[in-house]
Structures are given as structure tokens and as C-alpha cells.
Design a protein around this ligand. Structure first.
Ligand code: ADP
Ligand SMILES: Cc1ncc(COP(=O)(O)OP(=O)(O)O)c(N)n1
Length: 269
């Protein structure tokens, strides 16, 4: 039996809604065998991040080698990378092991405001990792930081996506979760040739912890199955929409999404 394989390089969320935990749950639900390189441990729950503990560099490098020397992930995603030093090691491993189907979720700040990428690491992300991206998936504040100017309209989002292609990414999805001015949550996909608006009704709920991780993991899983990028983004959108809509209602503040929902809905059709 052939099972597609994917790797996530990201931080651990003890609460299970974001980070490595969200990625592996998403891979599993989409029928993909998941592997992980843990960059940092966060003490985190639905109320916020209580602590960030980066894994020592030797441990990160060894995890990258342990996977690269033995296993062949078809698609790889990055999430919380925390420091310039970690970004450099990850960029080196991506090139050394030929991980060309690379999805970069440029995680910078958690919803409660905690820093998940040091300010001085943004340049390393831009210079060393972004040019290796098959697709980069910033939300609007992350895209603003990457291009260095504000993004207010959909036209400006298209310009930003185009600039990120000029900076070296092969494709870009600028996510619409943060743009509450529209009734639809619109994600703008640009592959350097055409723009696609992948959208769905905005769901009014505080329980969206981990949506960005879940979405980029779903794109990665679909690319690991050799789907084309537009199909992968459309499936990821349906996956995250179902996960938000059928929220689990757990935790006291910003609850996690429901990773079971997409597969459960398909089972009852
Ligand atoms: N309230 C919402 N209703 C519907 N879709 C949403 C909502 N919030 C986020 N999304 C979707 O979830 C995915 C992740 O987006 P976003 O929340 O902007 O990422 P991040 O967690 O990185 O800030 C995107 O597909 C976005 O459109
Ligand atoms: C360990 C870890 N990685 C990433 C995030 C950010 O996740 P995201 O999907 O952007 O969701 P919110 O934090 O914005 O809810 C995280 N919190 N922890």
C-alpha cells in the first residue's frame, strides 16, 4: 500500500490546536503519513502562550538529518521557526535533501500577541527560506511585514502577492482570515501567471486557534498526494472551513478547530 508522506518543521503547541499537533492531525485526516521536526516547545492553551522554549540547535539539526538520511517526504511545510539560526539550518537541509515541494507558513505572532519569530529573524526568512518556497501562505499582517508596506484592499493583496513572487517564492496565498471587512473569507492565490480567489463564508466565532497551521498543513498534504496547487488550496479551504464551522467548543478562550469535521462530513454524504 502506498501512503503519501509529508514533513512538518514547526513548534509544539501543548494545547493541541496549532503547531506540530495541528499539522499532524491534518495530515492524518487527509490520509498522509506525517513526520515532524520540532523547533520549539510552547506552553500554550486557548487563553494564550505562557512560555516559549526553543529546542537546542543540535537537536533540530539531528532531527532534520534523521529524516533526510532515511525518509522521503514528498512535501514539507514550515511553521514556527523562531530564530535566524533555525531558519538557516532549515534552509540548508531543504536544499541538501532536495525538498522542493516546500510550503512556508511564515508564522510570526500567535493570535494573543506572543512572538513566535524573533524580529531579527524576518530578514533571514526573506533571504534564505522564501526563495525555496513552492508556496508561501502569509496572513495579511505577515505579508505586510514581508513586503514592508500596508495592505488594505484586495488589489493591494494582489500587488503584495506579485512582490512576494519577485522576492523568490514560486507561488503565494495571502489569507483572508484577518480582513473582517468582507462577508467572505477570501484567500488570494497567485502562481506568477494567474490570480485565483478561493473563498468561503466568514464564520463568526472566537474559536479559530490554529487556522493558519491547519490550512498550510492541508495544502502540504494535498501536494504530497501530487495534486496541483489550485486543487490543494481549494481542498485546504474546505478542510479549514469545516474545522471552524464544527468547532469543538473546548477551552476557555480561543478554542481550537475541529480536525475531524472534514472527513466526518464526507463520510455521511
Ligand atoms: N472566521 C473565519 N471564517 C471562515 N474562514 C476563516 C475564518 N478565519 C480564518 N479563516 C480561513 O482560515 C484560513 C487561515 O487563515 P488565517 O486565519 O488568516 O490564518 P492565520 O491563522 O495564519 O492568521 C484561511 O483559509 C482563512 O480564509
Ligand atoms: C507552536 C505554534 N505554532 C504556530 C502558531 C500560530 O498558529 P496559527 O495557525 O497562526 O494560529 P493562532 O495562533 O493565530 O491561533 C501557534 N499559536 N503556536
Amino acid at each position: 500500500m502506498h501512503i503519501p508522506q509529508a514533513l512538518t518543521i514547526a513548534g509544539s503547541d501543548s494545547g493541541g490546536g496549532a503547531g506540530i499537533q495541528a499539522d499532524l492531525k491534518t495530515f492524518q485526516e487527509l490520509g498522509v503519513y506525517g513526520m515532524s521536526v520540532i523547533t520549539a516547545i510552547t506552553a500554550q492553551n486557548t487563553a494564550g502562550v505562557q512560555g516559549v522554549y526553543p529546542v537546542e540547535m543540535a537537536g533540530i539539526v539531528q532531527q532534520l538529518h534523521s529524516i533526510g538520511d532515511d525518509l522521503q517526504p514528498v512535501a514539507v511545510k514550515t511553521g514556527m521557526l523562531f530564530s535566524a539560526e533555525i531558519i538557516r539550518e532549515v534552509a540548508q537541509a531543504v536544499q541538501a535533501y532536495g525538498w522542493t515541494t516546500l510550503v512556508i507558513d511564515p508564522v510570526m505572532v500567535a493570535k494573543g500577541g506572543s512572538v513566535l519569530l524573533q524580529e531579527q529573524a524576518v530578514q533571514a526568512l526573506i533571504q534564505e527560506l522564501l526563495p525555496l518556497a513552492a508556496v508561501i501562505t502569509p496572513n495579511v499582517p505577515e505579508a505586510e511585514l514581508l513586503i514592508g508596506r500596508p495592505i488594505r484592499t484586495l488589489a493591494e493583496r494582489e500587488q503584495a502577492a506579485s512582490q512576494l513572487i519577485d522576492m523568490g517564492a514560486r507561488a503565494v496565498v495571502i489569507k483572508g482570515g484577518h480582513d473582517t471587512s468582507t462577508a467572505q473569507a477570501i484567500d488570494v492565490l497567485y502562481d506568477g501567471r494567474s490570480f485565483h480567489y478561493v473563498e468561503g463564508p466568514r464564520i463568526h466565532t472566537p474559536h479559530t486557534h490554529g487556522t493558519g497551521c491547519t490550512y498550510s498543513a492541508a495544502i502540504t498534504a494535498e501536494l504530497a498526494k501530487h495534486n496541483d496547487l489550485l486543487t490543494a488550496v481549494q481542498t485546504a479551504k474546505a478542510f479549514v472551513h469545516a474545522a471552524i464551522e464544527d468547532g469543538l467548543g473546548i477551552g476557555s478562550v480561543h478554542g481550537p478547530t475541529n480536525h475531524f469535521a472534514y472527513r466526518q462530513r464526507r463520510a455521511v454524504r
